[in-house]
Design a protein around this ligand. Structure first.
Ligand SMILES: Nc1ncnc2c1ncn2[C@@H]1O[C@H](COP(=O)(O)OP(=O)(O)OP(=O)(O)O)[C@@H](O)[C@H]1O
Length: 251
């Protein structure tokens, strides 16, 4: 359980003259919830995009289950077991909730196998229903996605990522724009999903992160400022200094 599922070594990213990430080295342990946090502009999104294959690093290496990902195109990440959710809504608003998941399941399956038959379609239906149940949306299966509450839309996006049965699920600010109640529900969902897979998330809400995560990585000015358990991060004076004055409930 404690082998790294993903590891980065000396990862850097430059955008023209701007250094967004500098020499990040970290291992992500199988079965853990790891949060990436840091103040605005710290490099969180850049790091997340590198981990999910959306960006290639300018330097350093990214390995998934020991395999170097340098030459792997992003669309192959999902077939290797890495799926991500998006901060920007990725759902079809005028399709029913179940249809959204079914389309995603079908797209995933048809890329895996061009030969489709009735049995496969039944599998897809079952997969879509089971995935919806996993995120607690079975009761809204027939509702058009646009009529879901914000928190339920975010859960639907996670369902879309889950149809690939990823071993590693990357969540981009899963509680963005949520109030306390929706945040609590999303935290409960993440904890439930973490029973079967490794989760890595980017977040802003420090207090929530310290309660949810097994491990926290703090970025600051593109560098790794701290990497440890929530207790270690809470006790870290440098992290406190960086967050001082930010009214996000760090306590
Ligand atoms: N595509 C890009 N082109 C040029 N500069 C970029 C690009 N993406 C990010 N940057 C810069 O890289 C730095 C890190 O940005 P990044 O978005 O990774 O930080 P962040 O920690 O996610 O910030 P936020 O919390 O505000 O989303 C910033 O200075 C940003 O302006």
């Amino acid at each position: 359980m404690n082998e790294p599922i993903m590891s980065v070594a000396n990862v850097g990213k430059q955008f023209g003259g701007l250094i967004a990430l500098k020499g990040i080295t970290a291992d992500f342990k199988e079965g853990q919830i790891t949060a990436i946090i840091g103040p605005n502009g710290a490099g969180k999104s850049t790091f997340f995009n590198i981990l999910s294959g959306a960006l290639k690093p300018s330097s350093g290496t990214l390995k998934f289950r020991g395999a170097d990902m340098a030459g792997v195109p992003q669309h192959d990440y999902v077939h290797r077991g890495i799926a991500r959710s998006y901060q920007i809504t990725n759902i079809f608003p005028n399709l029913a909730v179940l249809e959204n998941v079914r389309v995603a399941a079908q797209a995933f399956r048809s890329r895996m196998n061009i030969w489709t038959n009735r049995g496969v379609y039944e599998d897809i239906e079952e997969k879509a229903s089971a995935t919806l149940a996993a995120v607690g949306l079975s009761g809204r299966a027939g509702t058009l996605a646009k009529f879901l509450a914000h928190g339920q839309q975010r859960a639907l996006e996670i369902a879309i990522a889950l149809v690939a049965d990823p071993a590693l699920l990357l969540l981009d600010e899963p509680t963005a724009g949520m109030g306390p109640e929706e945040t609590r529900e999303m935290v409960a969902l993440i904890e439930k999903l973490a029973a079967d897979r490794t989760i890595l998330l980017v977040e802003h809400k420090m207090k929530m992160i310290l309660g949810l995560s097994d491990r926290v990585i703090v970025l600051h000015h593109g560098e790794l400022l701290a990497d440890g358990t929530p207790e270690e991060i809470r006790a870290n004076g440098e992290v406190r200094r960086v967050y001082l004055g930010q009214n996000d409930g760090y306590a």
